[in-house]
Design a protein around this ligand. Sequence first.
Ligand SMILES: [Mg+2]
Length: 339
Amino acid sequence: MDLQRFTQASFREDLHELEKATGKHQRYLVVVNPVSRGGKAMREGVWLVKHLSRLGVSHEAFFTDYPGHARNIVKRWIDSVDVVVAVGGDGTVNEVINGVMASGSDKPLAVFPAGTADDFCHNVGISRDRKKALEVLLTDSSRPIDLMRYNDRYAAVTLGIGVDAEIAYHTLSHKRIRIPAYFAVGLRTVFIERMQKSPRELRVESETGVLEGRFLIAVFGNAPLYGRYVYWLPEALMDDGMLDMSALRPMKPIAAWSLLMKCFDKDFRSDKIIHDRSTWFKVEILEESFMQVDGEVYKVNTGEKLDISVEQQALNVRLPFQLPADSGLSGEKTGPPAW
Ligand SMILES: [Mg+2]
């Protein structure tokens, strides 16, 4: 680690304006998943903790040891803090959110991005720039977003069934990546190979009707951007009280791949993509498949059922004052900086 970076002089020069941050006198619970971003999240966590200390911000920091640990830490400590901070990728954010929801608390979530895809952060407009992310975190201003509830758990960005999860399942064992980051690392070959075998039979019911048959992919979500680059649900908003779905029927792998690549453009639309919007979806797995929830992969068996529904304004989140034009939130931000 570059110690020079942490000298008092450079610190004062870089971050002195944060001395006036409106959330500086609150207590922060910092939950770091050190294995996120292929192990680099540890460095992000250390940077954050050092800067909180230097700024005199009250905090408790925990580094997770096992899957589910982040959720347990949040449940155990949330009552003694004002803000919960997730340091990691989408899987870590998901766990922390599930901890907040399980505790029944309305305390805000802040995120310090340290994952591979960081879809949650991209969708709410939190920059990967450490200083900017710290500024958002220390600002006493938050805003509610909807969550996606499935069975008895919560997801913030996506729940996908089909080829996206299957590729992840087969690549996770020998690559230190978390999907949907495979778009970012260019696993085109794997994608095309897997796609030939991937279509699975599903039954999807919503407010608008029933879809049945074979699907290459069906993604349910609450935010436009997925896999860091793909606007798979381009019209989804995180605070509109609705969930979106985009699905593909079986098609030639190369055609599906090129369709996905076109979704790098938020304005791209295609009638080959089946779209639906509803406050709930009931999904029945009619053929063994794979599912990813905010990037974490699960196998799902024939006959399994998923009850997906929107939970409106379920979670308070610390957001930037000025949302980027492509964020997944509607309307204007809460107001100008308070300092
Ligand atoms: Mg929505």
